[in-house]
Design a protein around this ligand. Structure first.
Ligand SMILES: NC(=O)c1ccc[n+]([C@@H]2O[C@H](COP(=O)([O-])OP(=O)(O)OC[C@H]3O[C@@H](n4cnc5c(N)ncnc54)[C@H](O)[C@@H]3O)[C@@H](O)[C@H]2O)c1
Length: 322
């Protein structure tokens, strides 16, 4: 039985991945500092005797190494995802750079393969739509409050490749393009979809940052988990970067309308707030669409859950909670 270590296991994607790997017969060690993630997210895994949870912070190399013993594969999900909010850049850089460095050092020491969770944010404000893995990464003005997260993930990717080429650590880099599930945080850190769903179900106004014309390509978590498992199990994937997600491009305003329809509400109130009021000096990414052809060619990956179907699944679960 292969043992996989998932960092950030109590978070949204990590917890679903743990469920799936346990279903497939893997032994899973999950670590998390529980700053964002919750024990509730891993409640089903905790009942499985092949699952071990250790409360651990990836910025503490000794605890990380202890938790990772006897692991063959590390899926590195733990990260601070804060973008744009004031005061969070230092934390983001520390966790995503120092923590990721510790994870790769640990992998080298124990001879483990690393699947690194990167992000579509690394493409920055590139206009080369759809984004291809070999495309340009365009980081904007240093005064704009949005790049700490993207830069920290670019650093993680570069570290992954340096470890692969210089230290023979087998690595795979996955650039996730936005994912959602009923375990997403229903605050802004979970992205716009959960916040909109919660607002619509509770008859509150939807707040849209900017004019709502910015587009995103959001995947239901099952597709992201499936792409991760394919990459984790594939020999061909080693030393490669893959876009993973759903390539349906939907604007933020159309997302709000779709949620309204799926929730069965006749009317919703939308308030548009200028980005500058929320974030100050900020740069919005206007379009975000993945080219999934490389993931299809190497991994046989294709998203299976449509955006609307994913929304239906989350709305159904969230309705019962509220
Ligand atoms: N969800 C998305 O839309 C999305 C999109 C692109 C990339 N990603 C990447 O995928 C990964 C997982 O995302 P997610 O949505 O599940 O995020 P999440 O915030 O739900 O989960 C991250 C987990 O990491 C834990 N964590 C944070 N700092 C830690 C530390 N120092 N030590 C140990 N644990 C720590 C948190 O408590 C949380 O449980 C992240 O690396 C993220 O950058 C996610």
């Amino acid at each position: 039985m292969k043992r996989v270590l998932i960092t950030g296991v109590a978070g949204m994607i990590g917890s679903h991945l743990a469920d799936e790997l346990l279903n497939r017969g893997y032994a899973v060690t999950g670590i998390d500092n529980l700053n964002v993630g919750t024990r509730k997210n891993i409640a089903s895994s905790l009942k499985n005797s092949s699952f071990k949870f250790i409360k651990c912070d990836i910025t503490d190399p000794a605890s990380l190494k202890k938790a990772a013993s006897k692991t063959e594969i590390i899926v590195h999900m733990a990260a601070s995802k804060k973008i744009g909010e004031s005061g969070d850049a230092l934390k983001t850089l520390k966790i995503n750079c120092e923590g990721t460095r510790n994870v790769f050092d640990c992998a080298k020491a124990i001879g483990a393969k690393v699947v690194f969770a990167s992000t579509s944010d690394v493409y920055g404000s590139s206009g080369d739509i759809p984004f291809r893995e070999d495309g340009r990464l365009v980081i904007g003005s240093p005064t704009a409050k949005r790049w700490a997260y993207a830069v920290s993930k670019i650093y993680g990717e570069q570290l992954a490749f340096a470890c692969y080429k210089e230290d023979n650590v087998p690595i795979v880099v996955l650039r996730y393009f936005g994912a959602f599930s009923s375990r997403s945080s229903f605050t802004w850190s979970g992205g716009h979809i959960p916040v909109f769903i919660d607002a619509v179900l509770n008859d509150r106004e939807i707040v849209i940052h900017g004019d709502g014309k910015q587009t995103r390509s959001m995947a239901y978590v099952d597709d992201v988990v499936n792409g991760t498992v394919l990459a984790l199990e594939s020999r061909k994937a080693v030393g490669e970067i893959f876009n993973i997600g759903n390539d349906e491009e939907v604007s933020v305003i159309d997302t709000a309308r779709l949620i309204q329809r799926v929730c069965g509400k006749k009317k919703i109130k939308i308030r548009f707030v200028p980005q500058s009021k929320v974030f100050g000096d900020y740069e919005e990414i206007k379009r975000r669409v993945p080219d999934l052809s490389k993931a299809k060619l190497f991994l046989g990956y294709a998203p299976k859950v449509s955006f609307e179907e994913g929304l239906r699944l989350v709305i159904k679960t969230h309705k019962h909670r509220t």
